[in-house]
Design a binder for this molecule. Structure first.
Ligand code: AMP
Length: 218
């Protein structure tokens, strides 16, 4: 029960991975969240990755693979994992396949959440994230201070520093050149489930859950 969530920044991988992980009793490993936590801690890893993240380019694969594989080896990952935002290029995908193979495991399915570029730009440009529960929401325009509250838990909302126009452009460019080729990599090995990622969040979750059940892997 090892699943990869693939899709562009803003496709909804994090939101969907959290719901699907809960539904199937899996752990979600989000490489972007792990890096952001390291930056907040200000530790060695955080210092190393900060610049890459601010520019919207990929952190070198050696650093990323080691961090994710450490998490994979943790006891809570034994029942299965959803990888959110990892792998992001062929090198990482091969390293993941290899590491799992050594443990007689494999990536069972890859959920590719498909969203048009125009919609990705709209979502990222208006994305606010809750400090407390990490839930994202898209709001167009500038918010008054008193409105910056999470609809789910009432926590403070903030905008990610890499959700600015220039960095969004870079992140999408990096996605289309380095990450999108993984769609074919996983399709060719028969592991790809393609899901339409536009529309109601709960509907998309249902689509993913039922596609995973249909493939009878859980
Ligand atoms: P995300 O939250 O997934 O959008 O990731 C935020 C940033 O973290 C990215 O723009 C990259 O700089 C870095 N990052 C996250 N995951 C990876 C990965 N698998 N490989 C390299 N860099 C990553």
């Amino acid at each position: 029960m090892y699943i990869v969530f693939l899709g562009a920044p803003g496709a909804g991988k994090g939101t969907q991975a959290t719901s699907v992980a809960k539904e199937f009793g899996l752990v979600s490993i989000a490489s972007g969240d792990l890096f952001r936590q390291a930056v907040v801690r200000g530790d060695e890893l955080g210092k190393k990755v900060k610049e890459y993240m601010a520019k919207g380019v990929l952190v070198p694969s050696e650093i990323t693979v080691q961090m994710v594989l450490n998490k994979l080896d943790a006891p809570e990952s034994l029942n299965g994992v959803i990888f959110d935002g990892f792998p992001r290029n062929l090198k990482q995908a091969e390293a993941l396949d290899e590491a799992l193979k050594k443990q007689n495991k494999k990536i069972d399915k890859v959920v590719y959440i498909k969203v048009e570029e125009k919609e990705l730009v709209r979502r990222l440009g208006g994305r606010w994230v809750c400090h407390s529960c990490q839930a994202p929401c898209t709001i167009e325009g500038i918010l008054a201070i008193e409105q910056r509250k999470c609809r789910k838990c009432g926590g403070e909302l903030y905008q990610r520093p890499d959700d600015n126009r220039e960095t969004i452009k870079n992140r999408l460019k990096v996605y289309f050149t380095e990450t999108a080729p993984l769609i074919e990599y996983y399709r060719q090995s028969g592991r790809l489930i393609e899901v339409e990622g536009e529309g109601n969040v709960e509907e998309i979750t249902k689509r993913i859950n039922s596609a995973l059940r249909k493939k009878a892997i859980i």
